[in-house]
Design a binder for this molecule. Structure first.
Ligand SMILES: [Fe+2]
Length: 305
């Protein structure tokens, strides 16, 4: 089997692929964290099977946010395992209901498929579905606990900034902190961040600062897997990387460099560290970051004290 499931802790498994992982938390019952992607659905199902876990024991899929690479397997889970309830924040629920969502989702899921084929992680497109249903079955909110039995309980936190809808999950028995994309794209091997404050720089920094007190001993990244580190130090590093990136954007624009040039430079750099999007999407996202940097340019956002 090419993609082996990884046992992260006694109650937690990393499934999917390294670039697009999901996490399976098992108490008496199971919860999948992250909604996966269309092309990784079959991998996830075969990993659950190889672990000998009865899918009937999996009660929930918990979504961190509504981006296509974080909800893509949901319609396939709903079809194959209709007993599994989809949990998500109220803003995610609203976004997933919009007609526009599906129009944006299908090309994004195809883009992920192309990336995975390029990496040799998969060899073909999964078949299209007749119907794509993303409905949230149960809205979860700040402070709510999701109990899985055997002492495993996940707490929900609102962490907007990367997107307006982003939420994170912390499990205190094993100190696992599923932070989704709140610290952006991070490559643990290269120790490099690409900050992703696509919704708001101010909210992004506030969410990182607010989560600094969580006693996480392990970070479950939405890309590149689980990392063994105190969550407070990962978050502090992410905030610093965000400050550096933001200041670079502002300085370069202040010196008169054209937006397009800065975006192209950044997109090239992201490709060099392992992009999970097409070049045009990267250009669009880099431009979005520039706009968000300009919006909050005079705010004091990086103060750890
Ligand atoms: Fe995202």
């Amino acid at each position: 089997m090419k993609h082996e499931p990884i046992k992260v802790t006694p109650h937690l498994f990393q499934l999917g692929t390294k670039s697009f992982p999901v996490y399976l938390s098992m108490g008496e019952h199971g919860m999948i964290i992250e909604g996966g992607t269309g092309p990784t659905f079959d991998i996830i199902v075969s990993q659950i099977d190889s672990l000998g876990i009865d899918p009937e024991k999996i009660r929930y899929i918990a979504l961190t946010h509504s981006h296509s690479d974080h909800v893509g397997a949901v319609p396939r889970f709903k079809r194959r395992f209709p007993h599994i309830k989809v949990l998500g924040g109220s803003v995610t629920e609203k976004i997933l209901k919009k007609e526009r969502f599906l129009k944006d989702f299908l090309p994004a899921d195809k883009m992920i498929c192309d990336i995975l084929m390029d990496k040799g992680d998969i060899h073909e497109m999964p078949p299209a579905l007749e119907k794509y249903a993303f409905d949230i079955d149960q809205v979860v909110s700040e402070g709510e606990k999701i109990e899985l039995g055997k002492g495993i309980s996940w707490t929900v936190f609102n962490t907007p900034g990367h997107s307006p809808c982003h939420i994170s999950f912390f499990e205190e028995k094993e100190n696992n902190f599923a932070i989704g994309d709140i610290t952006g794209y991070f490559d643990p091997e290269m120790d490099i961040f690409w900050p992703n404050y696509f919704y708001s720089l101010e909210e992004y920094c506030k969410s990182i600062l607010r989560m600094m007190d969580i006693p996480g001993e392990r970070i479950l990244l939405s890309h590149n897997g689980a990392i063994e580190t105190k969550s407070s130090s990962h978050l502090a590093k992410a905030l610093k990387a965000t400050e550096i990136y933001h200041k670079e954007m502002i300085n370069r624009l202040d010196k008169g460099e054209p937006n397009e040039k800065v975006c192209r430079d950044k997109a090239d750099w992201i490709v060099s560290i392992g992009a999970l999007a097409s070049y045009n999407v990267l250009l669009f996202l880099c431009d979005l970051l520039i706009k968000n940097s300009q919006k909050d340019r005079d705010k004091d956002l990086f103060n750890l004290a």
